[in-house]
Structure formats: structure tokens, C-alpha cells
Design a protein around this ligand. Structure first.
Ligand code: ZN
Length: 276
């Protein structure tokens, strides 16, 4: 599933191609792509409006219109493509925006979990999202306080979009490895020093991945079928049984909160509540 670096890559690639253009029409090629809203009502809300800005918040792609916002969530396999009109023969296109200048913004989605919606006011969406991990306003001190205020295990907590926005399974495993924190550790048991280390690890892993245009496992693509190159830089995710790059111990994979979780049992020791 695309996480913050992949969504950021899409936004940086697609934004300049569509910003400033007007939406002249919208067609759903799969009836649930705008669910729970009907495609007809969505089309009526966005048609005739200019795309002012094209930005990311958490894992959402946001198109600021003259009035209101379009939000797009890629979920498992969603992709955005820009095509000149007439080039719509691509398979798995679930929706298309006709834009001024004979251009189309296409939403391709093999698995059909992705969604497109419209909001007059973004607050309803923003209220559900935690801080942006790469914003300068998100500080190590803030993360430590947030962790210490939770009774949950650190891995599911970091996956919770209302705790921090944008992280998913890949980057949580990578950040916890870099910070040497066992993924099942109780968040409140993480020392302030380790919390600060985790903050740095989250920012580093996301920044490095954005630089390499994200991680492509199966289906992440942007632009003309380009894929991200961060996969080679993953130290722990998807490497069960391979030697830990730090100590050589075989990398383990367990399930935590139903999610496959990679860690090194030697570098990321599970700690008690008073010993981190
Ligand atoms: Zn290790």
C-alpha cells in the first residue's frame, strides 16, 4: 500500500501537470469509486472548478478547488495517470477527470479499494489525522509525550493515522529497526532518549524514500509506469531470514495487530516497563 513517500512522489509528479487546469467533466467507470457519494453527485460538485493546488496530507491526495476539495486515497493499488484526451484505453481505469487543455487525470486501480471524494470543508478529514511527521512543528519532544500518553504497543500505535499521519507497515518496521525498538514494546515504556531516536528514524526513512521516489513492491507506479527505488534500501522489511545488517542475526517476522512485522530479535530487544 502506498505510504507517505509514495503518495508524496505521486503528488510531486502529477501536481505540476494538472494544477491550474479546470475540471470539465468526471466519469466513473466503476460505480463505487466515489462511494458513499454517487458519481453523478460528485461530478456535479467538481465540474467547472479549477484545480488550485495539488497536495498531500497523510496518505491522502488533496486537490484544492475554487470551492471545496477533492480527496483521493490510493489504498492498495491506486495510481494516478495524466493522459492526453483520446488515450483512455488503459485497463483498470476506474475514474477519469476531463481537464482543460485536452488532458485527462485518470484513476487506475486494479483491486478497486481506492476512493475519490469531495468535501466542502477539509476539517472533517483533518480532524482524524495526527501530525505530519516531516513538518518542522512535529518535534522529538512531542513524539515522546505522545508515546508516553498511550497504553498501546508501539507498532499499531504508529500505524494509527490519528496518531501520526502517513506511516504504514513498511516505514514503521524500518523506523523501529533504526531506533532499535521492539515493535511490541508498550509505547509508554519507551525512554525519552529512544523516543527521540525514533523521531529521527521516522524522518530519515521517509526523507530517504521520497528522494528515491518511494518503495515499489508490487504495484506502486507513478508517471509513465515508473517505480520507486527505495526497496533496495529497506534494511528489515521483506527480509525475513536474511541477516540483520547491523548484527547478522536472522531477521524475524511475527504478527502484531494482524500485520506482518519484521524485526531483529537481537538489536530490538523487548523491554520491561522500567528498563529501556
Ligand atoms: Zn540485529
Amino acid at each position: 500500500m502506498p505510504e507517505l513517500p509514495e503518495v508524496e512522489t505521486v503528488v510531486r509528479h502529477i501536481g505540476p501537470l494538472v494544477s491550474g487546469r479546470s475540471i470539465e467533466g468526471f466519469t466513473a467507470h466503476w460505480h463505487k469509486v466515489t462511494a458513499p457519494e454517487t458519481a453523478e453527485r460528485f461530478a456535479a460538485q467538481v465540474t467547472g472548478q479549477r484545480i488550485e493546488t495539488f497536495v498531500r496530507r497523510g496518505k491522502f491526495i488533496l486537490l484544492q478547488l475554487e470551492h471545496g476539495w477533492v480527496h483521493i486515497h490510493l489504498r492498495m493499488t491506486g495510481q494516478l495517470l495524466v493522459a492526453d484526451n483520446g488515450q483512455k484505453s488503459n485497463a483498470h481505469i476506474r475514474a477519469s477527470f476531463d481537464l482543460s487543455g485536452m488532458r485527462s487525470l485518470l484513476f487506475k486501480d486494479t483491486r478497486k479499494f481506492g476512493r475519490i471524494g469531495y468535501l466542502n470543508d477539509l476539517a472533517i478529514l483533518m480532524d482524524k489525522l495526527g501530525p505530519e511527521p516531516l513538518e518542522s512543528s512535529f518535534t522529538p519532544h512531542q513524539l515522546a509525550n505522545m508515546l508516553h500518553g498511550s497504553r498501546r504497543q508501539v507498532k499499531p500505535l504508529l500505524l494509527d493515522q490519528s496518531f501520526i499521519a502517513g506511516l504504514g507497515n513498511i516505514y514503521v518496521d524500518e523506523a523501529l529497526f533504526r531506533a532499535r525498538i521492539h515493535p511490541a514494546t508498550a509505547a509508554r515504556a519507551i525512554s525519552t532518549v529512544k523516543a527521540h531516536r525514533l523521531h529521527r528514524a521516522i524522518q530519515e526513512v521517509l526523507t530517504e524514500s521520497i528522494r528515491l521516489k518511494g518503495t515499489t513492491f508490487r504495484s506502486f507506479r507513478f508517471g509513465a509506469d515508473q517505480s520507486g527505488e527505495f526497496r533496495q534500501s529497506l534494511q528489515i522489511f521483506g527480509r525475513m531470514g536474511e541477516p540483520c545488517p547491523n548484527c547478522g542475526t536472522k531477521i524475524s517476522k511475527i504478527r502484531i495487530a494482524q500485520r506482518g512485522t519484521h524485526f531483529c530479535g537481537r538489536c530490538q530487544r523487548k523491554i520491561g516497563a522500567h528498563n529501556s
